[in-house]
Design a protein around this ligand. Structure first.
Ligand code: NAD
Length: 350
């Protein structure tokens, strides 16, 4: 059995996680790593890897067939380009690059050299996302017109390169890369407009809170929102269809689906006091017209990414995170930043 040998550029938190924790098929393994920091190189050595001081030295190792780029975000583009120029296949951590233009250059370079280029979109296997996908696929909510996806914490952004725009910090690049990718997988439509507002509570430049609205040509609208100063959190997911709603409250996957069982609505002739005060429209519906159901069971497959990458290396399967999908996420990120800067809704066809 031929073994595919891979190297890691940036043996920090995520680089080491890839080697130590992520399940891989028997025919694929990490053999080398490089990091600028001596303590991270020592760790890589302890973890059984051949260690290099510079990316260039690792890229000149003929044993290494593919590399993972797991450095701070601003270095993904130059390092991925160098790797492709050295004839290596590339896995980029997210965000693959800081702009769609950079990623397009990588796609061109990979195509020219017949090399693989992909982005580690591991949150495609998060159970909350899989549950929402299953609910939508089952059509339980009728025509879905609103998707809201949020991730919130209350501790600000970790005090590392993640806080600084010059290193590709900020929440749109960090969590936005995952959540935009998920939203695009949930709906078949074309994105027709992008609007973002961002806030800077900690540093003046990188966003630590943002609210991104996407409109689709199907009539669906989606919200992606990240907060880092939320002491009370919104639900992770809130989905509205014409015949039902679904909500996932938190990472513990609590939540419910409520669907319509009787479409006939009996409107009161007169305003009667109810829990919403003197309102006919917002008076609660009677309980016998809806059913409350638990969220569906889902299985996650944590081995999906490397199993697919090994098969793609052998030419037996297309990449599950296709470059065109990553490009689309980055095009939306580009437009989101431009929209926030111009304080305008930007129209597009993506
Ligand atoms: P980190 O700061 O822990 O690690 C980055 C490492 O890169 C450090 O050890 C640093 O010394 C090294 N480095 C910096 N410049 C280098 C260079 N020129 N050559 C070699 N090494 C260099 O950061 P992290 O949390 O591991 O994040 C790394 C990447 O992983 C980021 O792009 C981040 O967005 C991504 N990430 C992804 C997930 C996910 O769920 N997919 C989770 C966390 C981080």
């Amino acid at each position: 059995m031929a073994i595919h040998k891979l190297g890691i550029i940036g043996y920090g938190g995520m680089g080491s996680y890839h080697h130590r924790k992520l399940p891989k098929p028997d025919n694929l393994r990490y053999v080398a790593a490089c990091d600028l920091l001596p303590n991270r190189r020592d760790l890589a050595k302890e973890d059984g890897l051949t260690v290099y001081e510079t990316p260039d030295a690792l890229l000149n190792d003929p044993e290494v067939e593919a590399v993972l780029i797991a450095t701070p975000n601003h270095l993904h583009f130059p390092l991925a380009m160098a790797a492709l120029e050295h004839g290596k296949h590339v896995i980029c951590e997210k965000p693959a690059t800081l702009t769609a233009g950079e990623f397009q250059q990588l796609m061109d370079a990979a195509r020219e050299r017949k090399l693989l280029l992909t982005c580690h979109q591991n949150r495609r296997m998060d159970k909350d996302f899989l549950m929402i996908r299953k609910i939508l696929q089952a059509g339980e909510l009728g025509e879905v017109f609103r998707l809201e996806s949020r991730v919130e914490g209350s501790r600000g952004i970790a005090d590392t390169w993640r806080r600084k725009k010059e290193f590709g910090g900020g929440m749109l690049y960090d969590w936005g890369s995952h959540l935009i990718d998920q939203i695009l997988l949930l709906t078949p439509g074309v994105v027709t407009s992008v609007f973002m507002r961002q806030q800077h509570l900690i540093e003046s430049d990188a966003d630590d809170n943002f609210r991104l609205e996407l409109e689709f040509d199907t009539g669906l609208s989606a919200l992606v929102e990240i907060g880092t100063c939320n002491f009370i959190m919104h639900p992770l997911w809130y989905v509205l269809g014409r015949k039902g709603s679904a909500q996932i409250d938190y990472w513990d996957l609590s939540g419910k689906i409520v669907t319509l069982t009787n479409e006939t609505i009996r409107w009161e002739d007169e305003i009667k006091p109810n829990i919403a005060g003197p309102s006919i429209t917002m008076a609660p519906r009677s309980e016998d017209t809806v059913a409350v159901k638990p969220l569906p069971e889902v299985e996650r497959d944590p081995a999906f990414f490397y199993r697919n990458f090994a098969r793609a290396l052998e030419g037996t399967e297309p990449l599950c995170v296709a470059p065109a999908q990553t490009l689309r996420v980055l095009q939306i990120i580009d437009l989101a930043f431009a929209s926030a800067e111009q304080n305008q809704v930007l129209h597009c066809r993506l």
